[in-house]
Design a protein around this ligand. Structure first.
Ligand code: GLN
Ligand code: ZN
Length: 771
């Protein structure tokens, strides 16, 4: 029973507390180091007591394991001022957060970090770790890149565990995946070509680990579940042959996760390693193919416990699949494990004292998953009878969940069955709608608007937490929010914005706010998962059929619209984004869960329209990030994702204007899908790409209206008028004037009013100049 990695943050987010206290200067380095050592020790002890027999080390990190790898191999860009020798903690955090620190504030409205172009050295770029919501620091390579061993963290943590009595299996990010995740500063440099220089550092680390007594190491090569070309497969082969030559006795467990090996199966099986881990949660079907083809002496690590989701496993059902493999290969040739690191699930469901007891009995977080592994291990070693009670409890929970009326709502299932393709189509084509809308709104050319949220000040957060604690009454909280909203609306009118928003002060988070009001969703108190560095999120748990018992935003919209004669946008989060930022059911396809959410949002859209809303924005910030890792699966995903958006957006009259917003800047490869969403207006992030991403829209001849962001909300900097007109001129080279709206890149909730006020005044001024 192995784990491949565990959450680093601690059951009460102790790491966050320690880091933030250190960053703010409230505590010193030794306090931070001590807190980290305490977390590691507790983590090892927890695993051991739960019956995990193969326990990892070096799965801990202060910030990010990819950054740790860059620091291990000395891939540290010059701007951080490091030359050689052990990398100081200050350099490490400069790479993570920028030299001035504080970069964690520079995030977009859903916590995506900016590139911190403050003064001093900016943080390294950050991006999503495969298809998870964990973000890693992108390694950066230049031509003439040198590598040198510059951190002994892997060895130190192995020794630390050993001193505490644990023989661990140290974890390293594999050299090929590491290079593939990096980006080259130099167009002619293929990061993979750096392998010959990189490998000696890996060999050095592995030799040191072996010298300390490590028998096994775990090397992660999740790139093996991606589309790879032959050149990459060759590089993989060369890398592992060289490692095996240099370290003939060290046993390597090569891990793959987040998908099936597919057409890389032969490549994976040809590598000279002792063991291969495969993900059987994402790709259960690969078991037979892998087992049939794997050389008999290869140890297979079967990732049967879902490391990406929070559902309790059906252990007897898993045993039905495992037992034949074990009896065929022999118990010493099979390990069982979670599908991937447990980093992506919360730590302990037993902390959830407020959760519905029945729902709770269906859940397994990291701690519970380790317990499940131990039970599976016992059953495989000593027979099912040895753990009969635990197996029965597992099967009972699975059966109860399957049959529960909490999960199944016949009304919802009936509505889904009655969906017709007409429901996902606006009545008329865009050109006709646009005519009606233009007449109705009479907006000036280059209309101005914002994306939705206004600063979530300390005051707003204080009021929200006081209300949550019960020290601020419902009435007083409501009054506070109304005043905040009214002030924001007045201010927007004063500076002359054309289309207004209410500011989203009542929302904690753009997904949670809706999840809390929809049936079928539940929320945890301590279910934190690391997003990046010290930032954690608590994803909603989508456990059952989704419906909307009552309007969710209509009251706020009405109030807001009553204060102004200008159009007030209704503001919703789209179904794909709600789905992608939640833990979702594993008993129905994602597409079906998404369609249910779409119907619920459709109800809200229709109620808003009925209440008088003429413009409704449906944010799909996370549509792109839901793209499958394999290109061959993109179309299926995009088809249902776009269909769900259309389903929620198409129940309105032609004269009702549907907006959508997407805060990222890569559209080239999904422009067809974006166009088929058929939103009347789309706002996107463009300011940092100098409008280049509009090329995709231009080439496509995208017909609908677009608001390319002219104000980078990731930075505290206030853009000047001529900067914005400069960007708008670039936009005009790619779009026709009648298409262009003027707005910031994203919501303003992470910014301060002192920054937002002058920036939006300048934005309105820029619009006037354009006209
Ligand atoms: N309407 C949301 C806001 O402004 C959109 C946030 C987002 O796309 N991340 O906060
Ligand atoms: Zn956004």
């Amino acid at each position: 029973m192995a784990t491949l990695g565990t959450p680093r943050i601690g059951p009460r987010r102790e790491l966050k507390t320690a880091l933030e206290s250190y960053w703010s200067g409230k505590s010193d380095e030794s306090a931070l180091l001590e807190a980290a050592a305490g977390l590691r020790a507790a983590n090892w002890a927890r695993q051991k007591s739960l019956g995990v027999t193969v326990i990892p080390s070096n799965d801990f990190t202060f910030y990010d394991h990819v950054l740790d790898t860059s620091v291990m191999v000395g891939a540290i860009p010059d701007i951080y001022g490091w030359k050689s020798g052990p990398v100081p903690l200050a350099t490490y955090f400069a790479m993570a957060r920028g030299a001035q620190g504080g970069n964690d504030d520079a995030a977009c409205a859903h916590g995506h970090q900016g590139d911190g172009h403050a003064h001093g050295a900016p943080a390294q770029e950050m991006t999503k770790w495969f298809d998870t919501n964990y973000h890693y620091m992108v390694p950066e390579f230049t031509s003439g890149q040198r590598f040198q061993l510059s951190s002994l963290k892997a060895i130190d943590e192995y020794r630390e565990a050993k001193a505490l009595g644990y023989q661990t299996r140290p974890v390293l990010l594999g050299p090929v995946t590491y290079l593939k995740l990096g980006k080259s500063k130099d167009a002619n440099l293929d990061p993979l070509s750096l392998l010959p220089d990189l490998l000696p550092v890996y060999i050095d680390v592995l030799k040191r680990l072996a010298a300390e007594g490590a028998e096994w190491v775990q090397i992660d090569e999740p790139c093996l579940v991606l589309d790879l070309d032959d050149a990459t497969r060759k590089v993989l082969r060369a890398a592992y042959e060289q490692l095996a030559d240099a370290l003939p006795k060290l046993k390597v467990m090569l891990t793959t996760y987040f998908g099936g090996l597919g057409d890389n199966l032969d490549a994976a099986l040809s590598l000279p390693v002792t063991g291969l881990h495969i993900d059987l949660a994402r790709a259960p079907d690969q078991l037979e193919a892998v087992a049939a083809k794997a050389p008999h002496d290869l140890i297979l690590s079967l990732g049967v416990i879902d490391g990406r989701n929070i559902w309790r496993a059906n252990l007897p059902a898993l045993l039905d699949r495992l037992e034949p493999v074990v009896s065929e290969r022999g118990a010493d040739r099979v390990q069982i494990a979670p599908s991937c690191s447990l980093l992506h699930v919360p730590i302990d469901v037993s902390l959830e004292t407020d959760l519905d007891a029945e729902l709770k009995s269906w859940l397994a977080f990291s701690v519970q998953k380790m317990g499940e592994l131990a039970t599976l291990g016992e059953a495989l070693a000593k027979g099912r009878a040895s753990v009969a009670d635990a197996l029965k409890a597992s099967a009972d929970a699975a059966a109860a969940r399957k049959a529960s009326p909490k999960v199944h709502d016949a009304k919802v299932e009936g509505r889904i069955a009655a969906v017709t393709s007409d429901m996902a189509r606006r009545k008329s084509a865009f050109a006709e709608r646009a005519k009606l809308q233009r007449e109705r709104f009479g907006l000036p050319p280059f209309p101005t608007t914002t994306i939705g949220s206004f600063p979530q000040t300390a005051e707003v957060r204080k009021a929200r937490s006081a209300h949550a604690k019960g020290t601020l009454s419902d009435t007083d909280y409501e009054k506070f929010l109304q005043e905040e909203t009214a002030r924001t609306i007045r201010w927007q009118e004063d500076i002359g914005l054309d289309v207004l928003v209410h500011g989203e002060f009542e929302r904690n988070d753009m997904v949670q706010y809706f999840g809390e009001q929809l049936s079928g969703f539940a929320f945890t108190r301590h279910g934190w998962v690391q997003s990046y560095g010290s930032r954690c999120v608590r994803p909603p748990v989508l456990f059952g059929d989704v419906s909307r018992p009552r309007p969710m935003t209509v009251g706020w919209w009405k109030y807001a619209q009553s204060l102004t004669a200008k159009p007030m946008k209704g503001m919703l989060t789209g179904p794909v984004t709600i789905l992608n930022w939640s833990f979702v059911r594993d008993d129905v396809p994602r597409s079906l869960a998404c369609r249910q959410i779409a119907l619920a949002i459709r109800d809200e859209v229709s109620d808003l329209e009925q209440a008088g809303a003429t413009m409704i924005q449906i944010d799909e910030a996370a549509l792109r990030e839901g793209l499958p890792l394999r290109r061959s699966e993109w179309k299926t995903y995009l088809d249902w994702a776009v269909e769900c958006f259309r389903l929620c957006a198409s129940g309105v009259a032609d004269a009702t204007q549907i907006h959508t917003h997407m805060c990222y800047s890569e559209f080239n490869d999904i422009i067809d899908a974006i166009a088929s969403m058929d939103a009347d207006v789309i706002s996107i992030e463009t300011s940092r790409s100098k409008m280049e991403l509009l090329d995709a829209f231009k080439t496509y001849k995208y017909p609908n209206e677009i608001g390319p962001g002219v104000y980078d909300i990731h930075s505290p900097r206030v853009p000047a008028v001529d900067e914005m007109t400069g960007l708008l001129k670039l936009a005009r080279e790619r779009l026709s004037d009648r298409q262009i709206w003027i707005n910031p890149d994203c919501g303003l909730k992470t910014r301060k009013w002192e920054e937002v006020r002058p920036a939006l005044v300048n934005m309105v001024e820029a619009a006037k100049l354009m006209r």
